[in-house]
Design a protein around this ligand. Structure first.
Ligand code: TYC
Length: 103
């Protein structure tokens, strides 16, 4: 909305400030069959980790049972999960991956 004030135009914000979007972590789960190398490549390809970071995340999942691959808005997180499940399915690996809201 516009207002005139002493000859100059004042722009007034009437809407409330937009909240930042809810964020979702993509969590990968360990299993006994998916090769370590496959997980490392997935983390590099879809989560843009370098080889060293990808290897650390893979080993964390292997030891703890699960690990966070990245944090994204809802749609991006859902797309990452889809990409991982699709690649795993095509390669014949049981690798599982989920997205969950942060907090
Ligand atoms: N546990 C697997 C193995 O020993 C490796 C692995 C790591 C599988 C991470 C899944 O999300 C995973 N070959």
């Amino acid at each position: 909305p516009l207002q005139e004030e002493g000859g100059s135009v004042v722009l007034e914000r009437r809407t409330l400030r937009t909240e930042p979007p809810r964020m979702y972590q993509v969590v990968m789960l360990n299993d006994d069959y998916t090769p370590m190398e496959f997980v490392v490549v997935v983390l590099q390809e879809f989560f843009y980790k370098d080889r060293e970071a990808a290897t650390q995340i893979m080993l964390k999942i292997h030891l703890d049972g699960k690990g966070v691959c990245g944090v994204y808005t809802r749609d991006v997180a859902a797309t990452k999960v889809e990409q991982v499940l699709d690649a795993a399915h095509k390669a014949g690996h049981p690798l599982q991956c989920v997205s969950e809201p942060v907090e």
